[in-house]
Design a binder for this molecule. Structure first.
Ligand SMILES: Nc1nc2c(ncn2[C@@H]2O[C@H](COP(=O)(O)OP(=O)(O)O)[C@@H](O)[C@H]2O)c(=O)[nH]1
Ligand SMILES: [Mg+2]
Length: 243
């Protein structure tokens, strides 16, 4: 197979970014596991002013620890943008995001996401999973693929960030994943879902019995989709959809 992109001639510098808020139960193992990837990634933790031992454990596991810029929550978007800036400064070629609350992470998750870019020549790879029936309600009901495990080359991330045209409209909270997804799709990027098996993550335990705890997340995802529809003048398209 021929590749248009030749950065795979030398080994790409892979960086894994974990946004994390109070993840002391899983962070150390997550970082150690990510570091065992075939691609020997450096790991960045973007901390949300955690009040538990997350940052100490992350430092001990060998991660570069930075703080998200402000104490607003939820700040998944702020954290991802801060992580990307740090990875750009550290000359990353390929940047992988992983959630920090995963109990069954293996090094192959990183391998598979990165390999999809290198071997299959897609622009963005995203994890998808066999999930518990009540898990990932927002993803299942509102937008797919939306997992926190997402990987792209530096240039793709840079181009996506430029698409807010300096307006600062890139979401700071839970809207960020769907924002990246829509902007990637509208950029014509080839997005591929990669099957990872099952995903066991601790946040599910918080909403397992009551998915209405995800209402804030669902609202931010929905509003982001509406804002994007307005931005790209696509609201008229809904007339073709039978509701
Ligand atoms: N830096 C930062 N990380 C966050 C914040 N909120 C959640 N996270 C992290 O983002 C990841 C996804 O969050 P999670 O609660 O697991 O989302 P879910 O899996 O969709 O329920 C986890 O690693 C969280 O620790 C935040 O406000 N700031
Ligand atoms: Mg989770």
């Amino acid at each position: 197979m021929t590749h248009q992109n030749n950065s795979q001639n030398s080994t790409p510098k892979v960086m894994v970014i974990f946004p994390a808020k109070n993840e002391e139960g899983t962070i150390e193992n997550s970082i150690a596991t990510a570091k065992q990837s075939y691609y020997k990634p450096d790991v960045i933790l973007v901390d949300a002013f955690s009040t538990d031992k997350t940052t100490q454990l992350a430092g001990r596991a060998g991660a570069i620890v930075i703080q998200q810029p402000t104490k607003i929550f939820p700040a998944k978007g702020l954290a991802m943008k801060a992580g990307l800036r740090e990875a750009f400064d550290r000359s990353a070629d390929i940047i992988v995001f992983l959630d920090a609350d995963i109990r069954n992470l293996t090094p192959e998750w990183v391998d598979k996401l990165v390999k999809a870019l290198i071997d299959d020549n897609c622009d963005m790879s995203r994890g998808f999973y066999t999930r518990h029936a009540r898990d990932a309600a927002v993803t299942k009901l509102v937008a797919r693929p939306l997992s926190g495990e997402v990987c792209a080359r530096r240039k793709v991330w840079e181009n996506l960030l430029k698409r807010d045209n300096g307006s600062g409209s890139t979401p700071d909270g839970w809207g960020i994943d769907v924002w990246f997804l829509i902007e990637a799709a509208l950029s014509g990027y080839h997005i591929k879902e990669i099957f990872m098996g099952t995903k066991e993550h601790t946040s599910f335990e918080d909403y397992r019995e009551d998915v209405s705890k995800l209402s804030k997340m669902a609202e931010q995802v929905e509003f982001t989709i509406i804002r994007e529809a307005i931005k790209y003048d696509r609201l008229e398209l809904q007339k073709k959809v039978n509701v």
